[in-house]
Design a protein around this ligand. Structure first.
Ligand code: SAH
Length: 222
C-alpha cells in the first residue's frame, strides 16, 4: 500500500482534471464556483484504485454493491440547479454512494446531511470525508426516502437515486421556498425534476429539467 495521493499524478494529474473542466464548460456548466470545486476535488479517491486512472473521465463508474459514482457532468448540473437561486445553508442528499456529490456540496453550502441505505458504502464515504477534513457533513445509515426529519427542514434536497414518484416525506422536509432536484421514473431513462416549495403554504411546483440515468431508489437498509 502506497501513501494516499491527494494531488494526483499521471492519469489523475492536474492536466487530466483540466480536460474534465473543459468538457463541463463545453456542456454548458457556467457556475465558476462549482467548476473550481470539481477541479480541486480528488475524484480518484472516490473509486477503487484499479479505476483511478479513469476518475477524471466524464462518466459514471462502478463503486460496488451494484451502485455507481455519478458522472461529473450530472454532479455539476444537479449542483448548479440546486444552487441557482443563491447560497444554501442546509442541504439533504439522499444516496451518499461514494460520497463524491456530498463532498462537492460540502464545499459550496454550510451544512450537508447525507443518507445512505448500504452501510458498507456509507462507511467508505465517511472515511473519505475525514481524509478530506470535511467536518460539515453529517451522515446517517437509513432509508433516505424518509428523509431525515430530525434535521429538517432543508432549503435544498438532492436525490441521487430515482424514485417512481416524489416521496411525500421529502416534500414535507423542504423549507418554504426550498428546492429539490430528483430523478423521477423507472427504467433506463428518467426525468430530472426540479421541485420548488411555495414560500407560504404546502404547495409545490415541478419542472422537468433534463433526461437522466440513475439507479433506482430502493426501500429499507442493508
Ligand atoms: N451520490 C452518489 C451516487 C449515487 S448512486 C455519489 O456521489 O457517489 C445512488 C446511491 O443511492 C447508492 O449508493 C444507493 O445505495 C443509494 N440509495 C438507493 N436507494 C436509497 C434509499 N432509499 N435511501 C438511501 N440511499 C439510497
Amino acid at each position: 500500500m502506497g501513501e494516499i495521493d491527494l494531488s494526483g499524478v499521471g492519469m489523475t494529474s492536474q492536466r487530466t482534471r483540466n480536460r474534465l473542466i473543459n468538457r463541463l464548460l463545453d456542456q454548458g456548466i457556467t457556475d465558476q464556483r462549482i467548476l473550481d470545486v470539481i477541479n480541486s476535488t480528488p475524484r480518484h479517491l472516490f473509486v477503487d484504485e484499479a479505476l483511478s486512472h479513469r476518475a477524471y473521465e466524464d462518466m459514471a463508474l462502478p463503486i460496488g454493491f451494484n451502485q455507481t459514482i455519478s458522472q461529473p457532468y450530472m454532479v455539476a448540473r444537479m449542483t448548479e440547479l440546486l444552487l441557482a437561486t443563491g447560497p444554501l445553508s442546509r442541504v439533504l442528499e439522499v444516496g451518499t454512494g461514494s460520497g463524491y456529490q456530498a463532498t462537492i456540496l460540502a464545499q459550496l453550502v454550510k451544512k450537508v446531511y447525507t443518507v445512505e441505505r448500504i452501510e458498507k458504502l456509507l462507511e467508505q464515504a465517511v472515511r473519505r470525508f475525514k481524509l478530506l477534513r470535511l467536518w460539515n457533513i453529517s451522515h446517517r445509515h437509513a432509508d433516505g426516502g424518509m428523509g431525515w426529519p430530525e434535521k429538517g427542514p432543508f432549503d435544498g434536497i438532492m436525490v441521487t437515486a430515482a424514485p417512481m414518484s416524489i416521496p411525500e416525506e421529502l416534500i414535507r422536509q423542504l423549507a418554504p421556498g426550498g428546492r429539490m432536484v430528483v430523478p423521477l421514473g423507472s427504467g433506463g431513462v428518467q426525468d430530472l425534476v426540479m421541485v420548488t416549495r411555495e414560500k407560504s403554504g404546502p404547495g409545490v411546483t415541478t419542472e422537468v429539467m433534463d433526461k437522466v440515468r440513475f439507479v433506482p431508489l430502493l426501500s429499507g437498509k442493508v
